[in-house]
Structures are given as structure tokens and as C-alpha cells.
Ligand binder design. Structure first.
Ligand code: NAI
Ligand code: SOE
Length: 384
């Protein structure tokens, strides 16, 4: 057990509040880490539920005033799990106070906000660390894909296909912060394409140089406000599709929607190169599919690799014996472990996205919105 610990202050107690609380409390139980995590304080505006939440997940204290985390000497890292419009204000305040910040994705609602955060992180100096919860990087099968690509196993990459399809956005779904540009920034685009752009940039290890052919329509233009007879306007995209080119010449397609019936959480990435192809899908997240183009033709085809083997697959050693699969929440725990490694002066098992890195993802998202708006190709050099 690590003798030193990092005091965590969490903002948000719903979906991500639960996922992150679990991650911080599990990380040092499963991984050997240079520093542990202390669940110092949780903050959220749902005052009625907050005390019970804090007790259930083991937070030492709770407060409805998130600002107080900035001056709390028990807090070393502030973890932001709030709606997108709060990320910039909360992260800025905490960086100014010299706290490390781990922020949910998308880093911000707009590129301008993301830029302010990138600059504030740089101004805070090297001792203050920033992280963005692009959790899918930390599925062991994605870690294996990253390693295979670093070994050149796919050769020159020609083609990337990325899709994130969900089905919870029907017109019967009530209004929430996720359907308003003021609170979410964008719809399926910032919500789901943010993951795809991060994941493909991470796997490829290359920048995207241009974006074109984007469309980002809104199909459901108003929704019922829960508990009232009112409807509110929805002004974010329900689907966002675009094409892109990577630095090395590979072409890529991105598709995100929350209106794809039959697809519950279909986050799928495929990479096709001259020596073979890789494919990963969240709904079967322990598996990496690999096609070795150099295998004899009678054996050539997709092979399923169950990425659960200690020593062979990233993070697997911390969990269960071979073949004993892990789930959605482990991506967050693996990420919390890597954050604690970095804060303890060690290297993460796989590279972590910081604010500067997530800013690059936001630039690509912005280029796609520009392409959709102006019906044109956008060179990344033209997106500051
Ligand atoms: P949610 O709506 O379930 O929870 C939001 C939380 O923020 C609530 O606890 C609420 O009390 C709190 N909150 C709202 N306004 C506040 C305020 N003014 N002051 C303090 N607390 C406030 O939202 P969810 O789904 O947890 O999403 C939060 C963030 O996490 C979003 O940025 C979303 O994009 C991201 N997210 C990321 C996922 C991932 O896979 N990395 C998965 C789901 C969400
Ligand atoms: C809803 O679309 C959601 O929870 C996203 O907000 C997350 O980022 C994604 O990982 C899962 O789906």
C-alpha cells in the first residue's frame, strides 16, 4: 500500500460521479501505485441526495459549493464530472488555485473555451497536471491495439472507420442539458465524436490534417421539460458525420448519433493497413479483432484476441486470471491508476490525454462543425 495519498475533490454525483467515485476507491486496491487516492470531498448541486451519496461512496465530506474545493487544503486534484458548460469555469478556478484537474470530455463546449483551458493549464506550470477522461483509451484491447500499431504490425495505414451509435435520443426522450447548445455545446458530435477523435488520434499517433463532407442535422427540435407541460427548443445535432485525412495520408470516416435504433453503445473503431487490420467495439470490449494480411491465404481472416492476459495485455495483470473479463467501469479505474502513477512521479501504462491533447481533439471537432456549416473542406491549419 502506498504511504502517500492524493486528496480528491469530485464535482458531480450522477452518472460520472458514480463512475469516478468507484474508480478512485478501487485503483489502489488493484494496482501497486506510488500514491493512493483519498476521497476528500464531493460537491454537487443536488443537496438532498449529496449526503447519502458521500456516505455510500466513502467521501469524507460533501458540499453544494464546488468553489470551496479551490481553497480546501485536503484537495490536491479536482475531478470534474459536471455538464459541459461548467467545465471551463470549474477547471479554470481550480487551476488558478494550483490544483491538478481531471476533467470529463468534451474538454469544453467550444474551441474558444478549450483554448482558454489549454492556455491556463500551460500557465499553471509543469507541477500542475491536467487530465481528460477519454476512458476508452484504457480498455486493455485498445492498449493492445496501441502496442501493435507502435510495433508497425499494420504497416502503412490506409483507412480508419470510427462510429459511435446510440439510441437514447428519440423524440420521446425528455429535455436535458444534453440537448441545448448553451449547456452541451453540441449534441452527438461533442458527446460521441469526441471519443472517436481522441481514440483514433491516440491509436494512429498522428494529427488529422483536414476535415470535409461533414453533416450535423437536428432531427428533434423540441422536447418535453420533465415535471412541466412545457417544451424546450433543442438546438444541437442528433447525428454528426464527417470525413478526415491523417498526416500520413490515411483517410477516415467518423459517424456519431443517438438515433440509431438497435445500437445501445456501439463505439467501434477499425484500422486498415497494408499488413493487416484491427477492429475494436465497446459492446465486446475485451476483444481485439486482428486480420493478419501476411498469413497464408487459407488462414487469412479476422482473429479474436481476448485481451485479458497478464503481462501481454495492458492493465490485465491488475485484474483477474486469463479470460475473466472486465467491464465499462474498469476503464475509469485503469485511468485513475494511471493518473495516480503520474502524480506519484511514475509513467502511466499508456499515454494520458492532458488539456493540450484534448484541445487538439476539440480542434478537429470544430473543423467538422465548420465543414457542416459552410459545406466545405477545412484544412486543420486554418483552425487556430
Ligand atoms: P449528469 O447529468 O448525470 O450529472 C451531472 C452532475 O453535475 C450532477 O451530479 C449535478 O448535480 C452536477 N451539477 C450540475 N450543475 C451543477 C452546478 N452548477 N454545480 C455543481 N454541480 C452541478 O451528467 P453525466 O452524464 O454524469 O455527465 C457529466 C459529464 O461527463 C459530461 O461532461 C459528459 O459529457 C461526461 N460523460 C463522460 C462519459 C465518458 O465516457 N467519459 C460518460 C458520461 C458522461
Ligand atoms: C451518452 O451519450 C454517453 O454517456 C456519453 O456522454 C459518454 O461520453 C459515452 O462514453 C457513453 O455515452
Amino acid at each position: 500500500m502506498a504511504s502517500k495519498s492524493i486528496g480528491i475533490g469530485l464535482i458531480g454525483q450522477k452518472f460520472m460521479g458514480r463512475a469516478h467515485s468507484n474508480a478512485w476507491s478501487q485503483a489502489a486496491k488493484f494496482f501497486d501505485l506510488p500514491v493512493g487516492a483519498r476521497l476528500a470531498v464531493v460537491s454537487a448541486r443536488d443537496r438532498k441526495e449529496l449526503g447519502a451519496f458521500a456516505q455510500r461512496f466513502g467521501w469524507a465530506k460533501s458540499t453544494p459549493k464546488w468553489e470551496s474545493l479551490a481553497d480546501d487544503p485536503d484537495v490536491d486534484l479536482v475531478d470534474i464530472g459536471t455538464p459541459n458548460h461548467l467545465h471551463a469555469e470549474q477547471a479554470l478556478r481550480m487551476l488558478e488555485a494550483g490544483k491538478h484537474v481531471a476533467c470529463e470530455k468534451p474538454l469544453a463546449r467550444t474551441l474558444a473555451e478549450a483554448r482558454v483551458l489549454r492556455d491556463a493549464a500551460a500557465a499553471a506550470g509543469r507541477k500542475v497536471k491536467t487530465f481528460v477522461w477519454h476512458n476508452y483509451r484504457r480498455a486493455p484491447a485498445i492498449g493492445l491495439a496501441w502496442n501493435l500499431m507502435r510495433e508497425g504490425r499494420l504497416g502503412k495505414i490506409f483507412h480508419v472507420r470510427a462510429r459511435y451509435l446510440q439510441s437514447w435520443g428519440a423524440k420521446s426522450t425528455p429535455m436535458s442539458w444534453r440537448y441545448s447548445a448553451a449547456t452541451a455545446g453540441s449534441g452527438a458530435h461533442g458527446d460521441l465524436n469526441a471519443h472517436l477523435v481522441d481514440l483514433t488520434r491516440f491509436l494512429m499517433g498522428e494529427a488529422i490534417v483536414d476535415v470535409h463532407g461533414a453533416v450535423a442535422p437536428t432531427f428533434v427540435t423540441s422536447r418535453a421539460v420533465p415535471g412541466t407541460k412545457r417544451r424546450e427548443r433543442c438546438d444541437v445535432d442528433d447525428a454528426a458525420l464527417f470525413l478526415a485525412t491523417f498526416e500520413g495520408g490515411a483517410v477516415a470516416s467518423f459517424e456519431a448519433t443517438r438515433l440509431a435504433e438497435g445500437h445501445l453503445n456501439d463505439n467501434t473503431v477499425e484500422i486498415n493497413g497494408e499488413r493487416g487490420s484491427l477492429r475494436w467495439s465497446l459492446e465486446d470490449m475485451n476483444v481485439l479483432e486482428w486480420c493478419d494480411a501476411e498469413a497464408p491465404p487459407r488462414l487469412r481472416g479476422w482473429t479474436k484476441i481476448l485481451a485479458t492476459s497478464a503481462g501481454n495485455h495492458p492493465y490485465a495483470a491488475a485484474w483477474w486470471p486469463d479470460g475473466h473479463i472486465i467491464g465499462y467501469e474498469h476503464g475509469f479505474t485503469n485511468m485513475a491508476a494511471d493518473i495516480l502513477r503520474v502524480l506519484g512521479g511514475k509513467k502511466p501504462e499508456l499515454p494520458l490525454p492532458d488539456f493540450a491533447d484534448a484541445y487538439e481533439t476539440c480542434r478537429v471537432l470544430e473543423a467538422a462543425l465548420l465543414s457542416a456549416k459552410h459545406r466545405c473542406a477545412v484544412a486543420m491549419n486554418d483552425v487556430p
